[in-house]
Design a protein around this ligand. Structure first.
Ligand SMILES: N[C@@H](CCC(=O)N[C@@H](CS)C(=O)NCC(=O)O)C(=O)O
Length: 205
């Protein structure tokens, strides 16, 4: 049995889209971040940093395999199933670069932009301009890439799944965004039409 610990945020949606795409059966444990459930000892034993998403897999013999962080979850299940990751060395190297853009550039930058432009009690123009500029670098890189090909890697892969939820949430917050990036829009619309993406974006209920 596989349990996904999550909350309706882009990082959580990466994991649920992945599990839906792979058709794996899983149980959803929604953590109440507002109530601080992610900081309780039981959950810190799964995700020592106290963030969602995390996955626990119960293996034969009572062994529990724990994974935390969207990047680890995406890579682990892609490697284990041999799916959602191009197989050739060159294509895989390419896919890894775009996977990591999603995990270590787009995601953290989008979160910091939200923190400084929406959450911060005091608006600091330097921080807002910095993260806006960093987000534009991510969007520009994706736009250039998607002008050349349908997906971020040679085929639909975990690189797309790593980036999609942050683009989807930005498109809702800023309706004009996708008008400025026609290739990201085309890619966003293609992914949005995938039934597994739709199911994953609806987790947890
Ligand atoms: N590097 C992690 C980041 C995960 C993350 O930031 N999760 C957020 C929700 S989107 C969270 O759990 N925040 C709670 C907190 O920071 O206390 C990943 O890629 O999964």
């Amino acid at each position: 049995m596989l349990t996904l610990y999550t909350f309706p945020t882009p990082n959580g949606h990466k994991a649920s889209i992945l599990l839906e795409e792979l058709g794996l059966s899983y149980k959803v444990h929604k953590l109440d971040l507002m109530a601080g459930e992610h900081k309780k000892p039981d959950y810190l034993a799964i995700s020592p940093i106290g963030k969602i998403p995390a996955v626990v897999e119960e293996l034969p013999g009572g062994v529990k395999r724990k994974l935390f962080g969207s990047g680890a979850i995406l890579l682990h299940f892609a490697e284990r199933t041999g799916r959602l990751m191009p197989q050739g060395v060159e294509a895989r190297a390419d896919a890894l670069s775009w996977l990591m853009l999603g995990i270590s550039d787009l995601g953290p930058t989008a979160v910091d932009m939200f923190r400084f432009s929406v959450r911060a009690p005091e608006k600091i123009p330097y921080a807002i301009d910095l993260f806006k500029g960093e987000l534009i670098r991510c969007y520009d890189a994706m736009e250039g890439r998607l002008a050349e090909r349908e997906y971020l890697a040679d085929e639909y892969s975990i690189a797309d799944i790593a980036c999609f939820p942050f683009i989807a949430v930005a498109a809702v917050a800023n309706a004009a965004l996708l008008e400025r990036y026609p290739n990201i829009k085309r890619w966003h619309d293609t992914l949005s039409a995938r039934p597994a993406v739709q199911r994953g974006m609806a987790v947890p209920e």
